[in-house]
Ligand binder design. Structure first.
Ligand code: GLN
Length: 385
């Protein structure tokens, strides 16, 4: 029996998705895998129905259906403030997951180093390993998830080919300030590195925080590979629609990688999702307002339950500190919580390179009724322990 590749031993299966299975097994409220329980906007669903009846049903252009790319470029010109071209600067991918993989393979030769901030969304380590790159981890120190400028300088001194920047950040809820981004940008320029961004939560940012696009900083468009998706903005994680935005040279590379990885994202869904990209600006205001309400409500429930946490500045996750419960093994604690409390979370250690075992991640992209029920259940933790 031939042996499977050695690289597979370098990363584990997704803990996030494992926790969804644990949650289902116990019938718990699933606040582990972060996806919204709302549907896409009704006009997008109607466009989906029409696309199913009328097509297209065959391959779209491999780097994206023209209408989708035009709509995307129009929207992102507004938000990013860049003069984007639908032909030269965009590749449509199967979610940001594929976008990040394409970006990594496009940027890195086997053996290159890639800086990853820790805690990090679990895909980045695997992406680096699958593309033959070696991760260098730089801590975002809890509870405020700030990086130490000297630690970042020291990481860049090792000559990385790229740095991965998840902003707003999963799992920490950190929104990088303009000053922090400028500091990273200066290092990337000084060491001639790419910045690969994952900006899927770009429209879920809580005031007074603001999302600042790395690609829009002076001199950064050429070296930034911007990845994002429609999943979180339009409640369509299952549609698997994402994209890469970059310079003409970068995009020429990404197109090739993407073509041989997946050929393309689903053609009828691209047609329907163009409708989402064409929604008016008020849609994004409502999205932010809705999530701000959910966040404030959920944090109030955590307060009532006596849980300590870092207030998220963006995205829809909150890192909860379980030290007070005497937690030393966050994995066991999450399994116990799903079974006994009826709330499923992700053990924080699955996001950290460092040995951090006192944090768990909860997401609050659920209906207000479910969040209220979660609040009730969380209050019981102390009495159940
Ligand atoms: N991004 C979401 C999370 O972090 C969903 C992960 C996934 O299953 N792709 O929970």
């Amino acid at each position: 029996m031939p042996r499977t590749a050695d690289r597979l031993t370098l990363f584990t299966e997704s803990v996030i998705r494992e926790m969804t299975r644990v949650s289902n097994q116990h019938g718990a409220i699933n606040l582990s895998q972060g996806f919204p329980d709302a549907d896409p906007p009704s006009e997008v669903l109607a466009a989906g129905q029409q696309a199913m009846l009328e097509g297209p049903h065959q391959y779209a252009i491999t780097w994206g259906a023209p209408r989708f790319r035009e709509a995307l470029v129009k929207k992102q010109r507004h938000w990013m403030g860049l003069d984007l071209d639908a032909e030269a600067h965009v590749v449509v991918t199967c979610g940001s997951t594929e976008a990040m993989m394409c970006a990594m393979v496009t940027a890195c030769n086997p053996g290159d180093k890639v800086i990853i901030f820790s805690p990090y969304y679990e895909n980045y380590g695997a992406d680096a390993i699958l593309s033959g790159a070696h991760p260098i981890y730089v801590s975002l120190h809890p509870p405020d998830f700030v990086f130490d400028p000297d630690e970042l300088r020291a990481a860049f001194a090792q000559g990385p080919k790229a740095i991965v920047l998840c902003n707003p950040s999963n799992p920490s809820g950190k929104v990088f300030s303009r000053e922090e981004l400028e500091f990273i940008a200066d290092l990337a320029k000084a060491h001639d590195a790419f910045v690969i961004t994952d900006e899927v939560y770009e429209h879920i940012v809580y005031r007074p925080h603001r999302h600042c696009y790395m690609a829009a900083l002076p001199g950064m468009f050429e070296r930034t590979i911007s990845c994002s998706s429609l999943s979180k903005t339009y409640n369509m994680t299952g549609w698997r629609l994402g994209y890469v935005i970059g310079s003409e040279t970068v995009i020429a590379g990404v197109r090739k990688v993407h073509d041989f990885l997946t050929v393309g994202a689903a053609a009828p869904l691209q047609e329907a999702a163009a409708t989402a990209l064409e929604l008016p600006l008020s849609y994004y205001e409502q999205l932010t307002a809705g999530y701000t309400r959910k966040r404030d409500m959920f944090l109030a429930y955590l307060d009532e339950a006596g849980l300590a946490y870092t207030k998220p500045q963006g995205a829809y996750y909150v890192m909860v500190d379980c030290t007070a419960f005497g937690v030393r093994n966050d994995r066991e604690f999450c399994r116990w919580m799903a079974k006994e409390v009826g709330v499923a979370a992700v053990p924080g250690s699955s996001f950290f390179h460092e040995p951090v075992h006192h944090l768990i991640r909860l997401h609050f992209s659920r209906s207000e009724a479910i969040l209220a029920e979660t609040g009730k259940r969380l209050k019981r933790i102390t009495s159940l322990l």
